[in-house]
Design a protein around this ligand. Structure first.
Ligand SMILES: NC(=O)c1ccc[n+]([C@@H]2O[C@H](COP(=O)([O-])OP(=O)(O)OC[C@H]3O[C@@H](n4cnc5c(N)ncnc54)[C@H](OP(=O)(O)O)[C@@H]3O)[C@@H](O)[C@H]2O)c1
Length: 316
């Protein structure tokens, strides 16, 4: 069967995303062939398309390159060494990270060990939006050793990672404050956080000091938010491009600060899917774009103002 993919043909603007048709070989060994229903869109996809970051550097001689690390769909076939999966099962996963990608595709080959079963009751669109953002949120809170009863400030609480980080931090018993624009105050409050409007002025003037800062914005905004953290408090700054400047500024004022790079974890994905099935974790999808309109999806994610998540839909 011919597979449709959206590939980066050169580094540049959204026009560098082009549809291509390929024949995907049958799965071998521990591979699984997935009929992809939805692929999650993340800021790293657009940054790589623009030629920024490590994945772009590593793939610059391998164009056209298919972005996308988040997929959900149905297994079409399995390799001869795969016994735990069979055709017809609903799965999702954080695949090919960071060098291979491949999710913006109607079919994809994935390693059997990279997949999670999608529980009944969890829509595939939400399962596709979860892996990268959810595991980033999970690992950022873990890196910061967030404990029950601690006050945690999450910058960009309305975004893909932020809206999941709020819920996971609340689940740990933390008292969560999250920054967002006026338009997202109700949304962020509905997730269990105290919403703080960053457009109203300095955050430090609007809230009591926190034990932990989870910075999902980075740069000058991340640095400015350091003044919200108690002496000796902890900071995890997630955007990699500005991590050094934020951690350096934090260390100058005696905070324990770290950057991070998300690492795929099936165990974490499984736990979050179970929470979704129980109604304890909600993934908000604000917009679905057909694969052919992937350029529009990139325009949207590049605004930096997406509420929750957006996904690509493979079938019309
Ligand atoms: N290191 C890693 O492994 C890793 C993994 C995943 C993501 N990341 C990075 O982490 C960042 C967040 O990712 P994401 O997927 O959550 O991005 P996203 O979904 O695009 O975030 C969009 C959100 O950011 C909010 N926002 C924009 N400016 C803000 C500001 N000044 N203060 C507070 N909120 C603001 C917007 O809310 P308003 O409209 O209300 O402003 C919007 O809801 C990105 O830079 C991404 O590349 C890194």
């Amino acid at each position: 069967m011919t597979t449709q993919q959206l590939a980066i043909t050169a580094f540049g603007d959204v026009h560098c995303l082009q549809l291509q048709s390929v024949e995907i070989p049958a799965p071998e060994g521990r591979q699984v062939l997935i009929d992809v229903a939805y692929s999650g869109v993340n800021p790293i996809d657009a940054k790589t398309r623009a030629g920024l970051g490590w994945a772009a550097q590593q793939n610059r001689d391998k164009l056209p390159w298919v972005p996308g690390y988040d997929v959900a769909g149905v297994i079409a076939a399995v390799g001869e060494e795969v016994t735990e999966w069979s055709a017809g099962q609903r799965v999702c996963g954080f695949i090919g990270f960071p060098l291979q990608g491949g999710g913006y595709s109607t079919q994809v080959l994935a390693e059997a060990d990279s997949l999670s079963p999608v529980p009944d009751g969890v829509p595939l669109a939400e399962a596709a939006a979860l892996p990268l953002a959810g595991q980033t949120a999970w690992q950022a809170l873990e890196k910061a050793s967030v404990q029950a009863g601690e006050r945690v400030l999450i910058l960009a609480g309305a975004g893909g990672v932020g809206h999941l980080a709020i819920q996971l931090a609340c689940h740990k018993g933390a008292e969560v404050v999250a920054s967002c624009s006026a338009d997202n105050q109700d949304f962020v409050s509905s997730l269990g956080a105290q919403a703080v409007d960053y457009q109203k002025g300095e955050l430090a003037a609007q809230l009591q000091a926190v034990d932990v800062l989870i910075d999902l914005v980075g740069g000058e905004i991340g640095v400015a938010a350091l003044s919200c953290v108690k002496p000796g408090g902890r900071v995890v700054t997630v955007p990699t491009i500005t991590a050094e400047s934020v951690t350096a500024a934090a260390k100058v004022i005696g905070l324990h600060a770290q950057g991070m790079l998300v690492s795929p974890s099936v165990a974490q994905n499984d736990q979050m899917l179970a929470m979704m099935a129980e109604g304890d974790l909600t993934v908000l999808i604000t917009e679905q774009f057909p694969l052919v309109l992937g350029a529009e999806a990139h325009r949207q994610i590049e605004t930096g103002r997406t509420r929750g998540k957006i996904v690509l839909v493979m079938k019309d």
